[in-house]
Design a binder for this molecule. Sequence first.
Ligand code: SAH
Length: 228
Amino acid sequence: MDKDKLDKARLKLLDEIRAEARATKNFTGRAEYSDAVMQAMARVPRHEFVGPGNEASAYVNRPLPIGHGQTISQPYIVAVMTDLLDLQPGARVLEIGTGCGYQSAVLAEAGARVYTLETVRKLADSATARLKRLGYDTVQVRFGDGYEGWPEQAPFDAIIVTAAPETIPPALTRQLKPGGRIVIPVGPAYSTQFLKVGVKDSNGKMHYASTLPVAFVPMLGKHAGKVS
Ligand code: SAH
């Protein structure tokens, strides 16, 4: 596809995200997302992330398969999750579930320093190469199980989890700064999960709100399905 067509498709996608933001206001409490988030969505070339053969549907508002039984998240979900993080410029953000690196790129475009963990080695390797090629040098990718977070880089201003555990991994909330936010889908594998937003208060206590029903791939790893 030529550049013009891709640019047009990306603008149409932004309109769809705005419409879906209005339609889901009762779940999220937000009828629109910040300019920083919408500009980040406008800048990231999603067609570079979807893999060969999928370019034509890169700007359709849907998740797509990326191999290894995994997906690239739906653009609207990437937008709403990024918005719910309430990022300040230069925020240190931990992401669990790099996949192809699309959400990481959106976070970087929104001004974050991104630390992202991926448990499938081939995906971690290809996301590292892709993000480097596209110039996203504020993103660090590491191969590993996100259940334990990234203690060497903690604490974080925000944590975003893009695979669903059954319960919230305790290491993640420990690695949040006071005032920090976590956005995480929680619930059983291959069933309805809820996107939760947690805020850590100045005493270190977490306060959660449930937002949208969502369908994420399950969080993998030895602890993911266990009650903590
Ligand atoms: N953030 C991605 C979404 C990827 S899908 C995007 O922008 O499109 C979820 C990813 O989480 C998959 O690649 C999967 O391999 C990864 N994952 C699942 N369990 C994980 C775990 N315990 N630690 C790190 N990554 C995990």
